[in-house]
Design a protein around this ligand. Structure first.
Ligand SMILES: C[S@@+](CC[C@H](N)C(=O)[O-])C[C@H]1O[C@@H](n2cnc3c(N)ncnc32)[C@H](O)[C@@H]1O
Length: 290
C-alpha cells in the first residue's frame, strides 16, 4: 500500500474534527511508533509503500482517533520533561503546564541547601511529577500517593522505565489514615500536588477527547467546593512540612486569588502565583512558616 494513500485516508476521516497539520502529526507519530518511519522519508520518497501487515496497526490507530481517543492513549506513551511515560486511561495525560510546575520546583534549588530532600507528590497519576523531580534531585527520597490503584501501577512501571526510585502508595488524601503518615515517618521538605480542579460547570468547554477518555476522578470537583483538595492538602502540608518547607500546587486558572488567600490562611508565607506559557494563573508556591 502507498503510505501517501493511507495518509489521505487519515485526512478523509479526521479533517472534520482536527486541523490538517494535527492530522499529519498524528499520522507520522503513529508511523514512527509502529515502524520507525520518519516524516522526511515520505517527502523524499512519495511513492513509499508498506506491507498490508504493517498497515494494520496504523489503520487500527485511525479507528481509535475517529472515536476521539487521545493520541497518547492510542500509542500508550507520551513524553514529559524529556522523559518517556507509559499512559493508559487510568491516568491523566501529563500536560505541558505541569512541566512548568516541575521546572519551578527544580529552580527552587532546595537541594543545594539540604540533602537528602524528602518530597511528596499528592495525586501522582502517571507519576510524572514525582519521577521528573526524582530524576533531577538525585539523592531525594520521593513519595507519590494516589487514590487509584491502577494509577499507582502505571506510576510504578514509569519509575522503573526511567530508572528512579519513588515510593508509590495508594491512599485517599481526603481521608488520610494515620498509617499513611506513619509510612512517611518524617516531615517533608517539599509537598507538590496537581489535584482534580476542573469544576463540573467547566465541562461544557472541554473537548471530547478529554471528556470521554481521561479519568474523571483525575479531573473534576463539585462546583460548590472547587478547592476541596487544596484545603485538605494545605492542612496536611501545614502539619507535615518542615519549617521553611515548600508547597507547590498546579491550580485552576480562574481561582488564583482564592488560592493565594487559602495559602495565607494556612500560615504559608512568600506566597507566589505564577502564570503558564498561555499567561494563565496556573501554579502557586508557599513557604511554611513556623
Ligand atoms: C489532575 S490528576 C494529576 C495527575 C498527575 N500528577 C499529573 O500531574 O499529570 C489528579 C490525580 O489525583 C488523583 N486523586 C483524585 N482523588 C484523590 C484522592 N482523594 N486521594 C488521592 N489522589 C486522588 C487522581 O487519581 C489523579 O491521578
Amino acid at each position: 500500500m502507498r503510505l501517501k494513500d493511507i495518509q489521505n485516508t487519515f485526512h478523509e476521516a479526521l479533517d472534520a474534527d482536527y486541523e490538517k497539520p494535527e492530522v499529519d502529526h498524528f499520522f507520522f507519530m503513529i508511523c514512527d511508533y509502529y515502524f520507525n518511519f520518519k516524516r522526511i522519508t515520505l517527502a523524499l520518497e512519495p511513492e513509499y509503500r508498506i506491507s498490508e501487515a504493517d498497515a494494520i496497526p496504523v489503520l487500527e490507530a485511525l479507528e481509535s482517533l475517529k472515536k476521539h481517543e487521545p493520541i497518547q492513549y492510542v500509542l500508550k506513551s507520551t513524553e514529559f520533561f524529556g522523559l518517556e511515560f507509559q499512559v493508559n486511561n487510568a491516568v491523566l495525560i501529563p500536560r505541558p503546564e505541569t512541566e512548568e510546575l516541575v521546572a519551578w520546583i527544580i529552580e527552587s534549588g532546595l537541594d543545594k541547601i539540604k540533602e537528602p530532600l524528602r518530597i511528596l507528590d499528592i495525586g501522582t497519576g502517571s507519576g510524572c511529577i514525582a519521577i521528573a523531580v526524582a530524576k533531577h534531585f538525585e539523592n531525594a527520597n520521593v513519595f507519590g500517593v494516589d487514590i487509584s490503584e491502577d494509577a499507582i501501577g502505571v506510576a510504578k512501571h514509569n519509575a522503573e522505565l526511567n530508572n528512579v526510585t519513588v515510593n508509590f502508595i495508594q491512599a485517599d488524601i481526603l481521608n488520610v489514615d494515620p498509617t499513611l503518615v506513619s509510612d512517611f515517618s518524617l516531615p517533608f521538605d517539599i509537598i507538590i500536588s496537581n489535584p482534580p480542579y476542573v469544576r463540573e460547570q467547566e465541562k461544557l468547554q472541554m473537548k471530547a477527547n478529554v471528556l470521554n477518555h481521561e479519568p474523571h476522578q483525575a479531573l473534576f470537583v463539585e462546583d460548590h467546593d472547587p478547592l476541596k483538595f487544596y484545603k485538605v492538602i494545605s492542612e496536611f502540608a501545614k502539619i507535615n512540612l518542615v519549617e521553611g518547607g515548600l508547597l507547590f500546587f498546579e491550580i485552576n486558572e480562574f481561582l488564583g486569588e482564592e488560592m493565594v488567600a487559602l495559602l495565607i490562611e494556612h500560615h504559608f508565607k512568600a506566597v507566589e502565583l505564577r502564570k503558564d506559557m498561555f499567561k494563565r494563573n496556573r501554579m502557586i508556591k508557599g513557604i511554611k512558616k513556623i
